[in-house]
Unconditional design. Sequence first.
Length: 88
Amino acid sequence: MIPIAKPAPTDIVPTPERKTIFRIFQEARGRWCARSDDGITGGTFFTREAALRFVRRETTDRPALVLHIAPQMELLNDPPLMQSGPRS
C-alpha cells in the first residue's frame, strides 16, 4: 500500500528562504574569486565576467546577494583617501 501525501495546511505561512551571499574579489595574482559565505561553494577565474557567470549558475531559482569587493585602496595612490583623522 502506498501512503498518500496530505496537503499542507493553508494557514501556515512559508518562511522566507535565506539568501546565499557570494563575494567576488580579485586576488594578489590578478585572478578573480567567487566564494559563498558558508565556504562550501566557490571558484577561481581568469575574468570577472566568468566569476559572475558562475554565481548566476549557482544561485538559479534561489535568492542571492553578490558583494563585489573593491581592490585595495592603497593601490590607488590617492593620499586624501589614505589619511586618517578629521580634515581641517
